[in-house]
Design a protein around this ligand. Structure first.
Ligand SMILES: [Zn+2]
Length: 403
């Protein structure tokens, strides 16, 4: 397990003191400055990219870079740009970022183009921030809203979540080409749906009683996003490339980003993402996608509300999600995440990481210990409010009638 204390934000401050040392300003980073979207639209994006710089460094994964080369390079060459590319490695990690900064210096890049899934885009955004360069993002799946947000997750070289970094701005340009997204597997969009659903379940808990205009707006958008996904996901997944499929991609890549942007730091994540962060500490969880772990984390969060508060609405919401997850193929349990053989000590490590000081799980309106969390993690599919033998005690739960 990673010692979180070793990786406080000071580890980032060392990388770029001029940015990290500036006093915290009340900056709102709501949206990318420009969004271009359409089927095959990348072919027409050369001019918009060229307005941002003349010497782009394209950052992506090895596989994506190879796949995208015949599509992207002619566009950039036609715009008379001097381009080179660099792989971010396996994860958006500090070691990987150091290599990328060398690539920026070597190429004298004046623009970063991030292409790929969440980790590639996070690496590209953080690189651009550290080097104070403009950035264009090109998502190749509907798996996350990373192409939109002013936020990057940093992982260890082994893929364990370490910390996240708030960036100064959203990307300068987002190019959403549905034709590219359509080449990704169905599973990536399913994961994106799971990640986008979390916006409502987390924002309504952390900010449901907020009285600030933009946060109220963010929470309501999160509810709309959830309802859109409930209505359209099943049909969309059956017809990739169709109009309804494009609407669902807009929901996971764009609207999910709007909510993060409007809500800002006060309206971000609670237990669902904390559970994701805990699970990434286990090597055996690395075969599942971010949004899959987050989707399971939503069930855990609701389960905690049931166990700790006797919250019957949470139970109803969980049953509704279990049905929806079964329809589209999101994981409902540790076994669905490939963790049916998880040892007690691994489960405890994940729960302890999720409950470490400063974790977003503590935005829940009640205290959570690793023991409570473990009880919730193993009972996400249970029918009804209660589980025999859980750690929840009547004095803590208050409303439980049958502890
Ligand atoms: Zn997420």
């Amino acid at each position: 397990m990673i010692d979180a204390a070793l990786y406080s934000s000071t580890s980032y401050a060392n990388l770029n003191p001029s940015v990290a040392d500036s006093p915290a300003l009340p900056i709102l980073s709501v949206a990318p400055a420009q969004i271009i979207r359409g089927t095959g639209i990348l072919q027409q994006a050369g001019e918009a990219i060229a307005r941002l710089g003349k010497r782009p460094l394209v950052v992506g994964g090895d596989r994506t870079l190879k796949l995208i080369e015949p599509l992207l390079l002619p566009v950039l060459e036609q715009a008379a740009l001097s381009v080179t590319q660099a792989s971010y490695g396996m994860d958006c990690s500090e070691a990987g970022l150091a290599i990328l900064r060398d690539a920026v210096a070597h190429h004298q890049a004046d623009l970063i183009i991030g292409i790929g899934g969440g980790k590639a885009l996070d690496a590209a955004k953080l690189l651009a921030y550290q080097c104070q360069l403009p950035i264009a993002t090109i998502p190749t799946s509907g798996a996350t809203c990373a192409a939109w947000t002013a936020l990057a997750n940093v992982y260890s070289d082994q893929g364990a979540f370490i910390y996240d970094v708030g960036l100064a701005t959203c990307p300068n340009l987002l190019i959403l080409d549905y034709k590219l997204v359509q080449t990704a597997s169905r599973r990536t969009l399913v994961a994106g749906i799971g990640d986008a659903l979390a916006k409502w379940y987390e924002a309504s808990v952390s900010s449901g009683h907020a009285d600030q205009t933009l946060i109220i707006a963010a929470v309501q958008q999160a509810r709309i996003l959830r309802d859109l996904l409930f209505q359209k996901s099943v049909v969309a997944l059956q017809a990739p490339g169709s109009a309804v499929w494009r609407e669902v991609v807009d929901a996971t890549v764009l609207l999910a980003g709007v909510i993060g942007g409007l809500g800002g730091a006060q309206c971000r994540t609670v237990a669902a993402h904390a559970v994701h962060n805990g699970l990434t500490q286990l090597l055996q969880s690395h075969d599942t996608l971010h949004g899959e772990k987050v989707a399971y984390g939503i069930l855990v969060q609701l389960r905690l509300e049931e166990l700790m508060q006797g919250n019957r609405l949470a139970e109803t919401a969980r049953q509704q999600l279990l049905k929806f997850y079964a329809e589209i193929g999101l994981p409902r349990s540790l076994a669905d995440l490939g963790l049916s053989q998880i040892t007690l000590s691994d489960l405890k490590s994940a729960a302890e990481f999720a409950c470490r000081p400063g974790s977003d799980i503590h935005h829940l309106p009640f205290a959570v210990t690793p023991e409570h969390l473990m009880a919730a993690m193993v009972s996400t599919t249970v029918l009804g409010l209660n589980v025999p033998g859980t750690e929840a005690r009547p004095a803590e739960t208050g409303h439980l009638t049958n502890p």
